[in-house]
Every structure is written in C-alpha cells, then in structure tokens.
Design a protein around this ligand. Structure first.
Ligand code: NDP
Length: 332
C-alpha cells in the first residue's frame, strides 16, 4: 500500500518535498478489523491550518471514501462503501472506529446521488455550512447575507441555504468564472470578484441597506471591508480564515476589527464543526435536509475532480490557490 507522509512543518505554501510517498505493508486483520481500498480522497484547507500543531513526521490526514476489500467485522462486510479519516493512502486497515470528525461509518443512502458528495455537500463541508450558518447567523427572510469563499465547498452551500431561507445573498469569489457560476447557476443575487473589484464600492452597490449576516471563510482584508458595512447587531459566523493559513501564527496581530465589533454591537462567533458531532451526532439532521434540497434542485453541487493518487499534492495546493469551483476531491 502507499501513503503520503508529511516530513516537516509547512513554511508558507506547502512544498512538494514537505511530503514523501511511502510504501508499506498492511497489517494482518484481527477480529473487528477490515481493510479499505480508497476511491475518493478529500483535500481540505484544515489540513494546512492544523499542520503546525501536529508533531512531524505524521501520516494520517483527510477524509476518504472507499470499499471494504477484506473484513473480520460483521458490521462492515466486504463490498460495502465506507467513510473514514484514513486520508492520503490507497489501502488502509481500520482497527478503531472512533475518529476525529465522527466515526468510521457505512455511507448513508445518498438516493442515487454521486458518492463523492459524501466528501462535500453531503459530508463535513455540507454539515459545516448547514449548522454554521443556520445556528450562528440565525438568518431571517429578507435579510442581506454575505458569504466569502462563496464558490468553494462550504461557501457555495451556505449561499444556497440562505436563498432557501429567503435572504438576499452576495458572494465573494476569486475569478470571473466563479462569479458567473454563483449568479447564473446557483442563484446568488450578486457575486463579486474580490481580486479585481473595488470591493467596498461593489458591496455598497449590492447591499445599500447594509449587511445583516456574514459567513466568513477567508478572513483578512476582505473581511475588514465587510465588517465596515455590517448593520447594528449583525451576526458573523467565523468558519475559516484561509487568507492567514500560510502565515506564522506567532506573528498574528491584534485585530483592528475590534472597534467595529464594539460600536456595531456585532455578534461574532467562531466555530468548529465537531461541536455538532459530539456528544450528540447531529449529522443525520443536516444530511437529510441537504439531500432533499439537492434532489429538489434547490441546491446545486459541483465537484472539482483531480485524477490519480500521485496528484493529491497538486490537488491540495491547487485548492489552496483557488483552482477549485465547488468541492476539491481526488479520484484515486
Ligand atoms: P474551498 O472549497 O472554499 O477552497 C478554498 C478556497 O479558498 C479557494 O478555492 C479560494 O477561492 C479561497 N482562497 C484561498 N486563498 C484565499 C485568500 N487569500 N483570500 C480569499 N480566498 C482565498 O474550501 P472549503 O469550503 O473546504 O473551506 C472553506 C473555509 O472553511 C476554509 O477557511 C476552511 O478552513 C473552513 N472550514 C472550517 C470548518 C470549521 O469547522 N470551522 C470546517 C470546514 C471548512 P477563491 O478563488 O475565491 O480565492
């Protein structure tokens, strides 16, 4: 079997030689164990963000969907499709069902939808969008919602949920193609290319009555501009700050956003999605709603597929650089 190993902590953008692909022997199965052949592997921003917290070398990261090829566990028979956190490896042996972000499990019935959605809209990013937006922003019909990172895995779902809830939705993304997709296919009221637009003016034009809810995937200067146009008592769901992930955390500065939060009396709440997975696993609630919306055509999804185990690094840094529209996944 083959797996990626991270040899050293990333400095800035992750480099190809920070990784090594290692061949290894799978262990013999004992009672309760089963082996899995990977079919789809997810590349996610959190893997960049958490890198400096994990002692190197390390090798188990990321979600994957695979098929059980050998089994000594009656609950996971040969041929069933499973979701694991075994990450960037082509074959693995599951010895322990308990994992971060929820346990190893058989894929729920996706009602004929593509399996890779279990890594995107019907997986961790979808659950993040569903609870992170609805429970923290608490949107009301008629309110103005802004989403940054709007054409990505989480942001594209948040914007469409906001439309379902009757909000006016404005999205920020990093290319004209993404802007087109958001406006023409996903039904955003307005999308703005933050790399080319005068962001402050474009937002004023799109949201003349100010912003009530902000779902933040990116942080940085874009976020500062949006906070400037938030309404009194606005709500901010702080999901991610990808614009800072390549910085050294010891150099973070005190934010000049604090006066805006104070005088506009904003509610700003950071969250990590495991809060809705433990102790009570509320995933089924989100997955049921999202599956229904996708089947009804109210939520559209897109996967940005890279082919080949050897291309996982490229898919990962490509996603960090914004090459993906929708969820970035690798077909093994
Ligand atoms: P995406 O599919 O959105 O992919 C990342 C995107 O980030 C890129 O496509 C790029 O799009 C954008 N980006 C990269 N660099 C910058 C930058 N400097 N400024 C603005 N945008 C940038 O990833 P996900 O949907 O999986 O994740 C989105 C965010 O949500 C991340 O910050 C992630 O860490 C966070 N997250 C948080 C979770 C939680 O529990 N709190 C759970 C899951 C995700 P563009 O072309 O628009 O620049």
């Amino acid at each position: 079997a083959r797996k990626y190993v991270v040899k050293r902590h990333f400095q800035g953008v992750p480099k190809k030689d920070d990784f090594e692909i290692v061949e290894y022997e799978l262990p013999q199965l004992k009672n309760g164990h089963f082996s899995v052949k990977a079919e789809w592997i997810s590349v996610d921003p959190y893997f960049r963000a958490y890198n400096s917290n994990i002692p190197t070398p390390y090798d188990q990261f990321g979600f994957q969907i695979g098929t059980v090829t050998e089994s000594k566990n009656p609950h996971f028979p040969v041929g069933c499709r499973v979701f694991t956190h075994k990450g960037w490896c082509d074959y693995s042996v599951v010895t322990n069902l308990k994992e971060t972000y929820g346990n190893v499990h058989i894929l729920p019935d996706l009602q004929g939808l593509p399996f890779e959605l279990a890594l995107g809209a019907l997986g961790m990013p979808g659950v993040t969008a569903y609870f992170g937006f609805l429970e923290i922003c608490k949107p009301k019909a008629g309110e103005t919602v802004v989403v940054s990172g709007a054409a990505g895995a989480v942001g594209s779902i948040v914007g469409q949920i906001a439309k379902i809830k009757g909000c006016r939705v404005i999205g920020f993304a990093g290319s004209d193609d993404k802007v087109q997709w958001l406006e023409k296919e996903l039904g955003f009221d307005k999308a703005i290319n933050y790399k080319t637009a005068d962001v402050s003016k474009a937002l004023k034009d799109a949201a003349p009555k100010g912003v009530d809810c902000y779902f933040d995937n990116v942080g940085g200067e874009l976020t500062a501009t949006i906070y400037n146009q938030m309404n009194l008592y606005g709500r901010v769901s702080l999901c991610g700050c990808i614009s800072s992930y390549n910085e050294d955390p010891t150099t973070y500065k005190t934010s000049s956003l604090l006066p805006l939060i104070l005088f506009k009396q904003l509610q700003v709440e950071g969250f990590l999605v495991p809060r809705w997975l433990e102790p009570e696993d509320r995933r089924p609630e989100a997955i049921t709603a999202l599956t229904q919306w996708i089947k009804q055509g109210k939520i559209k999804t897109r996967s940005h597929v890279t082919e080949g185990f050897d291309k996982i690094y490229d898919a990962f840094v490509g996603m960090l650089a914004g090459e993906n529209t929708g969820k970035a996944v690798v077909k093994v």
